[in-house]
Design a binder for this molecule. Structure first.
Ligand SMILES: [Fe+2]
Length: 310
């Protein structure tokens, strides 16, 4: 069944992360990463950014760090129902059929596992949060930009997102890293061939280049050095500064100025190389090396094939 245009998925809404040391991880995201602490419950914390999304990061205390859930925003209920029908028909393992969301902000959603076992939610009609917009020069994240996932079979994973959820391929790096979009943003997910199926990184959008550099500098002044960056990618043309959250070990990115694709003028995916000129246009980043690779390739995610705690 063809998907309507524009695509029902409008963006990456939130990620839910399990962590061992909830106070330490919460402190990183609130006090260093500059997210708002929206609310707390016994074993979980919800953090928001400068956008109406109810939260962008949910932290839940658990015995091991994992990506418990990735949630995408969908335009309306018809979009949730249509996409659910496609994944169910395609043989995806279903966690919950479309219905009341049962999470902070309510709404309507469905949940299933992607082909690698990552829990995925498609959500709509979630209450908006009264938030403070990011002002000029302010170095706190505006919203989520994208998430990149490691997978042991990148071709299969890319095919799954294209065929089941209608993602479009924007670009590749070699034959191992694929950027995918649903709208004009060059990518809202990336899939990369890896030794483990796990999280590569989650990226947060800053207001502009100035705010991006101020945010990067604020982290450095606080004693957190970038794992990689600051720099500007070739594929996607976005800026990057990657930091490792010390408690969970997950890598987070500040970014801005991601390429916007105008579908009406057509787009031909390009295959990028891995030269420094292609992955660091400005020539400002430290060399990408085995240490960076290792940090972005944590062990197999323990949350795979596990329904999330809502
Ligand atoms: Fe990224």
């Amino acid at each position: 069944m063809p998907l309507p245009t524009p695509h029902p998925i409008t963006g990456l809404r939130s990620v839910a992360i399990t962590v061992e040391d909830l106070p330490a991880t919460r402190s990183f995201y609130r006090d260093l990463w500059a997210l708002d602490l929206v609310t707390e419950e016994r074993d979980r914390s919800y953090l928001g950014s400068g956008c109406p999304s109810n939260y962008v990061v949910k932290l839940r205390r658990s015995s091991a760090p994992g990506i418990e859930l990735t949630t995408f925003d969908v335009r309306d209920r018809a979009g949730v129902d249509l996409l659910f029908e496609r994944v169910a028909h395609g043989g995806a393992k279903i966690i919950r059929e479309p219905g009341d969301r049962g999470d902070l902000g309510g709404g309507y959603s469905c949940l299933f596992f992607d082909c690698d076992g990552r829990p995925v939610e498609l959500a709509t009609e979630v209450e908006q949060r009264v938030h403070r917009p990011v002002e000029r020069g302010e170095s706190r994240p505006k919203s989520l930009s994208h998430a990149v996932f490691n997978t042991t079979d990148v071709d299969r994973s890319v095919s799954w997102y294209v065929e089941m959820l209608g993602f479009r391929i924007s670009d590749w790096v070699g034959d191992f890293f694929c950027f995918l979009r649903t709208g004009s943003a060059h990518h809202i997910i990336g899939l990369v061939r890896s030794a483990h199926t796990s999280l590569n990184h989650v990226s947060f959008e800053l207001n502009g280049i100035d705010e991006f550099m101020r945010g990067t500098g604020r982290m450095m002044r606080a004693g957190v050095q970038p794992l990689w960056g600051p720099g500007r990618h070739g594929a996607g043309d976005n800026t990057y500064a990657y930091f490792q959250e010390p408690s969970s070990g997950f890598v987070m990115e500040y970014t801005t100025a991601l390429l916007q694709i105008d579908e009406e003028h057509g787009w031909t995916p390009k295959v990028w190389g891995t030269t420094p000129e292609e992955n660091d246009q400005w020539g400002t980043a430290n060399p990408w090396d085995e240490l960076v690779l290792a940090k972005m390739t944590p062990a197999t995610d323990p949350a795979l094939w596990t329904p999330p705690s809502m």
